[in-house]
Ligand binder design. Structure first.
Ligand code: SF4
Length: 448
């Protein structure tokens, strides 16, 4: 792959992210973090598949402490790839894991900001909040410095702080300002070992925000490595096409240093999907400029291979994100209908034309207390043909409601065989037995 935009270099254990380093592939476990054997086994499978860095959720202190057992187990078995602790709300867990693993991920909107329902902030209130964040994050930065631990600042559209939303709305600007505020605070403490991500389940938002952030960082001479991913992409071909467009378009333009393809499937499946995107970017970059910007693709062979689909998504999706709306064509020896379906699916994934229901689903993690993969398959099978609707299937009631806030309907398993159903971000039916959840969701969609 061609060399990307120059960024600083961040060391994460035995890996280097940014600078002249190749793009790093990462993933996240979805086992219970308290289950040492299952989590270590999944980490091993991920590393064996070519994953270079594995993230593990640490929602509380018990899980944070168990990362030590998981790490020790892996080292005993000869696996020394870096681990990342995913901490959302608990500064104590972040502090603890910063002395243990190679990188800690925090989400500014969850880690430091209080949710009060406020929609208006005076300048004095904004300053007070910023000072509170500085105080709260300072010990973590010091702990990271002492231990050579890297930090990922992971901003998600579903969890932007109320302060940022009040100023910028739920926009790419709010995502960028949220990231820039944190970068500024870290820099003011002379902390630079950070990787930044901005994620959204909407490819267009993610693309726009990451490009804006990359530009802002270059302008301010603060070019930290970027982690790319489309969040809540779901499963199957649709998720792979969305990720290919979101991640591939940026990489093709030299933006991005580490990637994760989030799938509501076994995490091990994320690695070949990520490798396919890297191959597709190399393929696109090798084309002469005129061909690269051509919106008509010709596919060789009698069947459309998975790699050809990803290549087509990166190639055409990038043009769609640049603003081109029509004139797209996919042709080849394959049946015309198959080429048309692929093009329709790429347009849907790029968010420029919808021909079927838009599903979003988180990849799940140690917080998930039900079989989300089965639930997603059932929801997709039952409600396939609502091009004007977005239906979310999420893994937990802690982060799920916020992360799916722009969905029309939501389905979240809460454990003990119960499901919460949401309409326009609000809880509509609580603790529905799983066996009745699809029928209840159907009633909600029908407006009954
Ligand atoms: S929304 Fe999904 S991925 Fe995010 S914390 Fe909850 S279960 Fe984990």
């Amino acid at each position: 792959m061609k060399k990307g935009l120059q960024t600083g270099n961040v060391r994460v254990g035995n890996l280097s992210i940014g600078g002249d380093s190749p793009v790093v592939i990462q993933s996240m476990t979805n086992t219970d973090t308290l289950d040492t054997e299952a989590t270590a086994a999944q980490c091993r499978r991920l590393f064996d598949a070519g994953c270079e860095m594995v993230r593990i959720t640490a929602p509380g202190m018990k899980e944070a402490r168990n990362l030590e057992n998981i790490k020790n187990r892996l080292v005993q078995q000869g696996y020394t790839g870096p681990l990342v602790a995913d901490v959302h709300f608990l500064p104590e867990a972040a502090l603890f894991t910063a002395g243990l693993v190679e990188k800690v991920r925090i989400n500014p909107g969850n880690y430091c900001d209080r949710r009060t329902g406020k929609t208006d902030f005076t300048a004095a209130e904004r300053l007070a909040e910023r000072n509170r964040i500085r105080e709260r994050i300072h010990p973590l930065l010091e702990r990271c410095k002492e231990n050579g631990t890297a930090l990922r600042i992971g901003v998600n559209q579903g969890s932007i702080s109320e302060r940022m939303t009040a100023l910028y709305g739920n926009t790419p600007e709010a995502l960028v300002e949220s990231a820039m505020e944190f970068i500024g605070i870290c820099r003011s403490f002379d902390f630079h070992q950070m990787v930044i991500s901005i994620k959204s389940s909407r490819v267009q938002t993610m693309d726009k925000a990451v490009r804006m952030l990359s530009g802002r960082m270059q302008e301010e001479d603060a070019a930290y490595p970027l982690h790319l991913g489309v969040t809540e992409a779901g499963n199957g071909e649709d998720a792979r096409l969305m990720s290919a467009i979101g991640i591939g378009s940026l990489l093709a333009d030299g933006i991005g240093n580490t990637i994760r393809v989030s799938l509501t499937e076994s995490p091990e499946n994320e690695i070949p999907a990520a490798k396919a995107i890297l191959r597709a970017v190399e393929h696109l970059q090798a084309l002469p400029e005129k061909e690269r910007d051509c919106s008509c693709l010709r596919l060789e062979g009698k069947e459309i291979s998975e790699q050809q689909k990803v290549n087509a998504a990166v190639h055409l999706g990038r043009l769609m994100l640049q603003g081109k709306k029509d004139g797209f064509e996919i042709k080849g020896e394959q049946k015309e209908a198959e080429c048309k379906i692929l093009l329709d699916n790429i347009m849907q994934a790029a968010g420029i034309k919808f021909h079927k229901t838009r599903f979003i689903a988180c990849p799940s993690c140690g917080r998930t207390k039900y079989d989300i993969q089965k639930a997603l398959a059932q929801v997709k099978a039952r409600f396939p043909d609502y091009p004007n609707l977005t239906i979310a299937v999420m893994g937990c009631i802690v982060n799920g409601p916020g992360e799916m806030a722009d969905a029309d309907f939501g389905y979240i398993g809460c454990g003990n065989g119960k499901v919460n159903l949401y309409r326009k971000g609000n809880l509509a039916k609580a603790a529905v037995p799983e066996a009745q959840a699809l029928a209840e969701l159907e009633k909600l969609i029908a407006g009954l």
